[in-house]
Design a protein around this ligand. Structure first.
Ligand code: PGA
Length: 258
């Protein structure tokens, strides 16, 4: 079944810990003309803190949203090394990735921290892209849904009145991230369809039909079309394939024609 058209697709670049400021600038200069005619898709670039301000100012009058890859939920104070939501707003960010599996697995972020960050992002006017997903061992043990549903549910412990368009989820199976081993379109739809059904149970029909749920994990130009053709998949969060502006522009174009 074709993707439902009620939600605007989104294609997001997660640069992770890559690109010096000059490289980021060159990337944006090369990307913008390649996507200037693209309509009907939200484009976001999640840049490292050190070049986020530059990306934000270069994209200010364009359709591209500049975002951060992380932040801390307190606004200021003795939190050495951390960056707050007001600081992100200050440099022009409009969105932030929350709970990426690399943050959860390498830096020990808990579901509770992810929930607090999500709530603070929304109250600050930043669009959170909340990542969930299972490891290979969890999938092999038949625990994909236990893991993902638990991660989704815990996000709502800190949220009261939110609309479906205040938040974006990304299903990112950990075994597919950076491995070249993309989830099949059917597996993507299976997980994302279940997440949408859970959101309907938790927040009702309207919320569930508005909220965008992306797929992430070894997205490439040659697999994004069939993944985005799935009914519940609203776009992608791309790592490796987003590092080159030509490659990312290809994903954006594919998303707009999905
Ligand atoms: P990948 O990363 O596209 O390189 O697999 C995706 C992500 O981690 O967001």
């Amino acid at each position: 079944m074709a993707r439902e058209q009620v939600r605007k697709p989104m294609m997001a670049a997660n640069w992770k810990m890559n690109k010096l400021a000059d490289e980021a600038e060159e990337y944006v200069v090369r990307l913008l003309p390649q996507i200037s005619n693209v309509e009907g898709v939200d484009v976001a670039i999640f840049a490292p803190f050190t070049c986020l301000g530059r990306v934000a100012s270069m994209t200010r009058d364009t359709a591209v949203i500049a975002g951060a890859q992380n932040f801390y939920y307190e606004d200021s104070g003795a939190f050495t090394g951390e960056v707050s939501a007001p600081m992100l707003k200050d440099v022009g960010a409009g969105a932030v990735i929350v709970g990426h599996s690399e943050r959860r697995e390498i830096f020990g972020e808990t579901d509770e921290m992810v929930a607090r960050k999500t709530a603070r992002a929304i109250s600050a006017g930043l669009l959170p892209i909340v990542c969930v997903g299972e490891t290979k061992e969890e999938r092999d043990a038949g625990e994909m849904w236990d893991k993902c549903s638990g991660q989704v549910q815990s996000v709502f412990e800190e949220l009261d009145n939110v609309n479906g368009d205040d938040i974006v989820f990304a299903y990112e199976p950990i075994w597919a991230i950076g491995t070249g081993d993309t989830a099949s379109p059917e597996d993507s739809q299976d997980a994302i369809g279940k997440i949408r059904a859970l959101l309907k149970e938790l927040r009702g029909e309207q919320f569930a039909s508005q909220v965008r749920i992306l797929y992430g994990g070894s997205i490439k130009r040659d697999n994004i079309g069939e993944i985005m053709a799935q009914k519940d998949v609203d776009g992608g969060l791309a790592g490796g394939a987003s590092l080159d502006p030509v490659s990312f522009a290809g994903l954006v174009n594919a998303a707009s024609s999905s």
